[in-house]
Design a protein around this ligand. Structure first.
Ligand SMILES: Cc1cc2nc3c(=O)[nH]c(=O)nc-3n(C[C@H](O)[C@H](O)[C@H](O)COP(=O)(O)OP(=O)(O)OC[C@H]3O[C@@H](n4cnc5c(N)ncnc54)[C@H](O)[C@@H]3O)c2cc1C
Length: 388
């Protein structure tokens, strides 16, 4: 006999965990099924923990403003330290090209209630001590963005969801989803058991396509690999997370970013100029020399840092760089929270608030016209988001 729930969430990662939490908070009987041995062990733990509402798409801005509300109040509300740091996000600029891109985005960002502005070179030098001053034109700064530890948040979110009655099955892989009359979702079958629920949420990250295929859906999510690293802790000197959107002279990097965690370590990452499509998570010998060169060129004092560890994880990408958060019209009860690209951690709580509102109240938290940008049925051949 299948065990009955009100809702089943497939995937206990950046997005599935807050969804389970907010569903349980609404009083639903929730089961979250995770193939790995504990929470956040998929791509969640690969994230460097940057949380920004500084995007170019109003839906992503709205989602992340909600996430920031949740993250910034988490410790006070639940008593758990999640390494939240409100240091802002800073995009320093050295060339006309990037200045035009970032200045053009300010209008849409401000219209979406994001606190952000263009600041001069002196302010950038205060925000990023040691940044090379030659040619610095200024940049944007959004003071309310910040950072969180993905591991600390996922652990806390798991415990708080359980407190609210959510159940978790770890080390259990979903292998089949059965539809019933009218293609309504009915059962989720795993390698260990079977469960039934009128609501099933696909939050399987890089493997969302495989879960979609179980009911014949073509979910356009393709993973690609990104590397990151972390240094030994140093005395706190850097508030914002810093993003340099210039493509590298190295020909290897599209942009790069770094920040200092509340616990002192510098964390850093770059977007490869040519994406590594697939699920390869082995670190490369190329990453460290390339990122070190870019970081030291921008902030020479970084040459003194001691790098502790590097790793490689996956971005669950959609063709236009925007997530899919929607119900599946032709399969009543089926919901998608997938394709988070490089922003799934920061989007998690905001996606959860909106999706849970859609499930429980029939409408998202954001206005429909804004939320529709995340629709499953949109034209994915359209424009690619400027600040992916
Ligand atoms: C180097 C790097 C740096 C990053 N930095 C940031 C950052 O600073 N900020 C940010 O917001 N994002 C960042 N990201 C992106 C972020 O990590 C992802 O977007 C996010 O983790 C995706 O969340 P998710 O819940 O969709 O996937 P996941 O967190 O991977 O969760 C999906 C879960 O589903 C499970 N699953 C899959 N298939 C099955 C199945 N059949 N049965 C049961 N369970 C299943 C998986 O095991 C997994 O745990 C970064 C990523 C990388 C690689």
């Amino acid at each position: 006999m299948a065990k009955n729930y009100d809702a089943i969430v497939i995937g206990g990662g950046s997005v599935g965990l807050p969804i389970a939490f907010f569903l349980a908070k609404e009083g639903l009987k929730v089961l979250c099924i995770e193939a790995l041995p504990s929470v956040g062990q998929g791509q969640n733990k690969a994230a460097i923990g940057g949380v920004r509402a500084t995007h170019s798409d109003p839906a992503k801005i709205g989602i992340c403003l909600k996430s920031l509300e949740v993250f910034s109040a988490w410790e006070e509300t639940h008593g758990d330290f999640i390494s939240w740091k409100r240091g802002g996000y800073c995009f320093p600029v050295y060339r006309q090209r990037e200045e035009t891109i970032l200045r053009n985005l300010l209008e849409i960002q401000k219209a979406s209630n994001l606190e952000i502005d263009w600041v001069g070179p002196d302010r950038i030098m205060e925000l990023v001590p040691g940044i090379v001053p030659e040619g610095l034109r200024g940049g944007t700064f959004s003071p309310n963005d910040g950072q969180v530890s993905p591991l600390m948040f996922s652990a806390s979110c798991h415990f708080r969801a359980e407190e609210k009655g959510a159940e978790f099955r770890f080390g259990e892989r979903v292998t089949e989803i059965k539809l019933g009359k009218g293609d309504r979702v009915e059962k989720v079958i795993t390698d260990k058991d079977e469960y039934s629920a009128p609501v099933v949420v696909n939050a399987a990250g890089a493997f969302a396509k495989e879960i979609g295929a179980m009911t014949g859906l073509d979910v356009p999510v393709t993973p690609d690999s990104h590397e990151a690293g972390i240094t030994a802790p140093v005395e706190h000197f850097l508030d914002p997370l810093v993003v340099d959107i210039r493509p590298g002279k190295d020909g290897k990097t599209a942009n790069f970013y770094f920040g200092q965690a509340a616990t002192g370590q510098l964390i850093f990452c770059y977007t490869p100029a040519e994406l590594f499509v697939g699920t390869d998570r082995d670190e490369t010998s190329e990453f460290m020399p390339v990122i070190a060169q870019r970081m030291v060129e921008l902030v020479p004092r970084f040459k003194n840092l001691l790098v502790r560890r590097v790793w490689r994880g996956l971005y669950p990408m959609t063709p236009d760089g925007v997530a899919i958060v929607d119900k599946v019209e032709e399969q009543p009860g089926m919901f998608l929270a997938v394709g988070m690209c490089g922003q799934g951690f920061m989007m998690g709580p905001g996606v959860a608030v909106n999706l849970v509102s859609l499930i429980v109240h029939g409408k998202p938290d954001l206005p429909d016209d804004v939320f529709n940008a995340l629709s499953f049925k949109r034209n994915f051949g359209g424009k690619v988001e400027a600040l992916k």
